[in-house]
Design a protein around this ligand. Sequence first.
Ligand code: 5GP
Ligand code: ZN
Length: 154
Amino acid sequence: MPDAPRPYDPACIFCRIGRGEAPASIVYRDADVIAFMDIRPVNPGHVLVVPIAHAGSLADLAEHDGQPMFSAAQRLAGAVRRSGARCDGVNLYLADGVAAGQEVFHVHLHVLPRFAGDGIRLAAFGRQQSPSHHAASWMGLRTQSAGRLAPRRI
Ligand code: 5GP
Ligand code: ZN
């Protein structure tokens, strides 16, 4: 039986880049993933890794599309370090939802080169808690995370 067509949204800029219908500086492509330079880089060498299949949010992303995104990001983090861009460290960053800062509603992972003094920071710090303080969220998370990922493609 032929594979089902990949989810595609003609109004989505990352879907259009994936199909070659919109321009981008593409640095990597395979059957599942495309990676290209961010149009507004936070630091030079800032890359976006994007599943070719459209998924607006993590909840919509099939596990078999999420895994290649992470694998490609891991490889690209190494590539950025070796590329000559100033890169003493890397942040992988994913915004899921408006409250998390998501602007493009096609899941993507930022590969962000970092160096000391680059001025980038997540401007909030948690307060240390003992395990007993985790109780309320911890039990709910355990229940919700058990077996909730989409089945693997075989
Ligand atoms: P988000 O906040 O959704 O994680 O980040 C979206 C990112 O996509 C931003 O860093 C933004 O600069 C980048 N971006 C938005 N539109 C385009 C585009 O058309 N081409 C490229 N290359 N990057 C884009
Ligand atoms: Zn899309």
